[in-house]
Design a binder for this molecule. Structure first.
Ligand code: TRP
Length: 330
């Protein structure tokens, strides 16, 4: 039988960048053909930091439409909104009772997020975020979780919780493994290639949004930081060029050697134009699909409602067995 994949994305503000696309979303799209995939919009996680309700509402809808536009196909995958499947919150409570205070205190994401905001806004949801993430994953007999480096610690604690529960009550949960994408790349800032490209970076020129138009893409790449030797080569001290080569490779499937050969007698100007070109060609159909979906909110609604109902069919079985194991009357 196919292995089960689960992953989720937060409906955070700002359009996704090509970093999100090449690093995660595109990988999810190709996983759909090899595995039985479940993807969710993690809107429950989103309210662990204060959100404006109108803005959040819009973001949830647009992130859902963005993923559809990128190729998450509701016929191949189960795709839904986390807040519409109440089993997530229920299992999160139970798992919270099997998660140690000390373990959560050691989560680096909690530490860094809570340091950034005033202590009066550090709420319990931010602290117990990993138990909810564990619930997301464990409800669906997940074998593999595609995650970036920043979420690996959360996957580790999910495994710990699953093994602890299984140890106490007998086999209940599948213990998931991380799936490190074969291709999926880390795309860096165009302005400071030692930093990850981020949709929240205050410098607009540091990133390419999935929704940037052609001239913006050309302009941003033409201003991308490189170096002065004008040679398209991968090398540890050419961070800017390395990053552009990674982007070109993600968009074309070509490897470093092929790219170096293609641009061996051409300088950065040509190369940057070529990168802009292939990136725009990738984004063009996504942008078109996105507008199409956004004009048809009823279609989007039918997708997430059907997704929630199918997800719940699986989730409720897991939840029922967990409730039985802890001694509840079911
Ligand atoms: N916390 C993840 C992030 O911010 C999103 C997420 C929520 C997730 N639940 C998940 C990822 C379960 C993988 C599996 O990126």
């Amino acid at each position: 039988m196919n292995k089960n994949i689960f992953s989720a994305i937060q409906p955070s503000a700002g359009s996704p960048t090509i970093g999100n696309y090449f690093g995660a979303i595109k990988n999810w799209v190709s996983l759909q053909d090899k595995y039985s995939c479940i993807f969710a919009i993690a809107d429950l996680h989103a309210i662990s930091v204060r959100q404006d309700p109108k803005v959040l509402h819009g973001n949830i809808l647009s992130v859902f439409a963005t993923l559809l536009a990128c190729g998450i196909d509701p016929k191949k995958s189960l795709f839904f909104l986390q807040s519409q499947v109440h089993e997530h919150s229920e299992l999160a409570w139970i798992l919270g009772c099997f998660t140690q205070f000390g373990e959560l205190s050691r989560m680096t994401q909690f530490k860094s997020k809570s340091e950034k905001i005033s202590s009066s806004s550090v709420n319990v949801g931010l602290f117990t975020y990993p138990s909810l993430m564990a619930a997301d994953i464990l409800l669906y007999n997940t074998n593999l979780v595609p995650v970036g480096a920043d979420q690996k610690q959360h996957l580790e604690i999910t495994r710990t919780i699953a093994m602890r529960f299984n140890g106490l009550y007998g086999d209940t949960f599948v213990v998931p493994e991380p799936l490190i994408p074969e291709t999926g790349a880390k795309i860096m800032s165009l302005q400071d290639p030692s930093k990850k490209m981020s949709k929240s970076d205050e410098n607009e020129s540091s990133r390419i949004s999935i929704f940037d138009d052609e001239s913006t893409i050309i302009r941003k790449f033409s201003r991308a930081v490189t170096d002065s030797d004008n040679k398209v080569l991968k090398s540890p001290d050419k961070k800017g060029v390395n990053n552009l080569m990674t982007i070109y490779s993600c968009a074309t499937g070509k490897n470093d050697e092929e790219i170096q050969k293609e641009f061996s007698n051409r300088g950065y100007k040509d190369f940057k134009e070529a990168v802009a070109n292939v990136v725009y060609e990738q984004l063009k159909p996504i942008q078109k699909n996105f507008s199409k979906y956004m004009e048809n909110e009823n279609y989007i609604k039918s997708c997430y409602e059907e997704g929630a109902s199918r997800a719940s069919d699986i989730a409720k079985k897991t939840l029922r067995s967990v409730k039985e194991k802890v001694g509840f009357l079911v």
